[in-house]
Write a protein that binds this ligand. Structure first.
Ligand SMILES: *[C@@H]1O[C@H](CO)[C@@H](O)[C@H](O)[C@H]1NC(C)=O
Ligand SMILES: *[C@@H]1O[C@H](CO)[C@@H](O)[C@H](O)[C@H]1NC(C)=O
Ligand SMILES: *[C@@H]1O[C@H](CO)[C@@H](O)[C@H](O)[C@H]1NC(C)=O
Ligand SMILES: CC(=O)N[C@H]1CO[C@H](CO)[C@@H](O)[C@@H]1O
Length: 485
């Protein structure tokens, strides 16, 4: 009797010592375990409803980060999603830049200090209407490279870069199990869009990318968006405008339904009118997704910001997703911002039923549907009343009461009795934005200057064949004087 007890006590002491060592190393931050099941992400043992917004650190000056993050939190978000932009961090091979606008670590810390989580989309191909999709120019010059394929040179550099980013995050204790805010990470990006063109090289590449990512042992789940066959344990997620109706679902019953890009508008290219996506339409799509087992949505973008210099991809305007809930200046765009905030509140009120209840679907007519989440033997119950007809309103009878539903709308009843939110009924305030010329801009004048056109003999580079502009300028400029003789 005595011996086992002593051993037990000793083991307990060891545990205590090692535990306090960990706590000391991490300061006041606490460890958080992140897993998932068929219903949601599970943070420290608890299922979660996650409301996420894309905000990209290099698309605004760092002075704006605190305000933007606070306004995202006030809007009811608990996650911020960002890409990691390889070509700003390693513009020249082996030379790294994590300063100023590029201070990824500071950005993530700041989100953590606001008690919010982070989804880190490492890519490394990120699209994002970003120059070269995030790839640094020098990668093109690697002999025999084939981007995003089962190709040794590409895999070598991709792994080296992804490992460098993950190691940096680990060193700074930024993953949730280390006490940091990162609860999810994404490898690759919308690869299904291009996969067929790669044939076998694509299939093998996705397997490799998943294994490589999982092998880095971040302690948080990995996701792949628009990748129907994301290999286990990587979660396949949906990008689109109406994932509640278009997503074919997780590719395994123990993975949750997550929506990584729900476009709040559309990015603009020069010459286009502003793209509008009504607050009512976004709210309908999100309510629909959550009524059909969804537990995470991400607004792409929640704040778009500014494309500085040559950082954007071809034709995309300097102003990025100005129509998002937070406009380019970081001002709330209402009623979009406020209406989504109200939606998040209604869904949060429904949390218990959504996360632990059992769903039931009742098709009332072609256009009317009732979805309930209920815990048998308790009063916990939430209902979504859906009118799918975009032309006429309807009245729906639910548990002895009549509910009026405007066209194309969903009402949320967190207690199965009271409508606290309808996607078409905007209670949030409206805002209008006016532009005034600033004092600084008052005396600005156009200036002209003349560049001397080099003669053939003065040209610094001469070639017998026409040269390709992009590799000739090595992506340092969009212009080159080109003379032929
Ligand atoms: C998660 O659980 C651990 C162990 O119970 C605890 O120390 C930690 O504070 C929790 N983390 C959070 C963020 O609540
Ligand atoms: C939601 O989950 C339930 C239970 O896991 C399942 O029966 C149902 O088919 C799911 N609904 C959708 C729309 O995926
Ligand atoms: C809603 O309408 C769309 C388009 O008319 C249709 O494809 C979809 O099946 C409908 N869904 C429900 C739940 O009525
Ligand atoms: C998958 C999906 O829904 N893609 C859509 C994204 O948005 C653009 C523009 O709104 C559509 O053209 C795509 O079909």
């Amino acid at each position: 009797m005595e011996l086992p007890l002593r051993v037990f006590f000793f083991a307990f002491l060891c545990l205590l010592v090692s535990y306090s060592a960990v706590v000391q190393a991490q300061g006041k931050n606490s460890k958080t375990v992140v897993t998932y099941d068929g219903r949601s992400l599970i943070v420290n043992g608890t299922r979660k409803l996650l409301f996420s917004g894309s905000i990209h650190y290099p698309r605004m000056p760092p002075e704006m980060w605190p305000d933007i993050i606070k306004k995202a939190k006030m809007g009811g978000l608990n996650v911020i999603q960002t890409y990691v932009f390889w070509n700003i961090h390693e513009p020249i091979q082996g030379q790294f830049n994590f300063e100023g606008n590029n201070d990824l670590v500071k950005f993530i810390r700041l989100i953590g200090q606001n008690d919010m989580y982070v989804t880190l989309r490492v890519g490394p191909f990120i699209e994002a209407e970003w120059n070269h999709g995030g790839f640094p120019y020098w990668l093109r010059e690697v002999p025999n490279i084939i981007f995003r394929a089962d190709n040794e040179p590409f895999k070598y550099y991709m792994k080296k870069y992804v490992k460098m980013i993950i190691d940096l995050m680990k060193k700074e204790n930024l993953f949730a199990p280390q006490g940091g805010p990162i609860i999810m990470a994404q490898i690759e990006n919308e690869y299904n869009n291009v996969q067929l063109a790669y044939r076998e090289l694509g299939v093998q590449y996705i397997q490799w990318a998943a294994n490589m990512a999982v092998g880095l042992k971040t302690g948080v789940p990995w996701i792949m968006c628009k990748q129907k066959d994301a290999p286990d344990p990587v979660i396949n997620t949906c990008n689109g405008r109406h994932c509640g109706d278009t997503f074919t679902g997780p590719n395994s019953p123990d993975k949750p339904s997550l929506w990584t890009e729900n476009w709040t508008a559309q990015y603009r290219v020069f010459g286009d009118p502003p793209s509008q996506r009504a607050a009512e339409d976004i709210a309908y799509a999100v309510a629909r997704f959550f009524s059909k087992n969804g537990t995470l949505t991400n607004y792409y973008m929640y704040y778009g910001g500014t494309n500085y210099g040559r950082s954007t991809s071809s034709f995309v305007t300097t102003r990025y997703y100005d129509e998002a809930p937070l406009d380019e200046y970081g001002l709330t765009r209402d009623p979009k911002w406020g209406h989504l905030k109200d939606l998040h509140r209604a869904l949060r009120l429904s949390k218990k039923a959504l996360l632990w209840g059992t769903p039931a679907v009742q098709r009332v007519s072609n256009d009317l549907e009732i979805i309930t989440y209920e815990r048998p033997g308790s009063s916990i119950c939430t209902a979504f009343l859906n009118n799918n007809d975009s032309k006429s309103a309807a009245t729906i009878n639910f548990r002895g009461m009549n509910f009026y539903l405007p066209p194309k709308s969903i009402s949320i009843l967190p207690d199965c009795k009271t409508v606290v939110f309808n996607t078409q009924t905007i209670v949030a305030q409206h805002s209008a934005r006016n532009f005034h010329p600033s004092k600084k801009a008052k005396n600005l004048k156009w200036e002209m200057f003349q560049e001397s056109i080099p003669t053939f003999n003065d040209l610094p580079v001469k070639n017998k064949m026409p040269m390709e502009l992009y590799s000739f300028t090595k992506d340092t400029t969009d212009y080159a004087w080109y003379s032929t003789r």
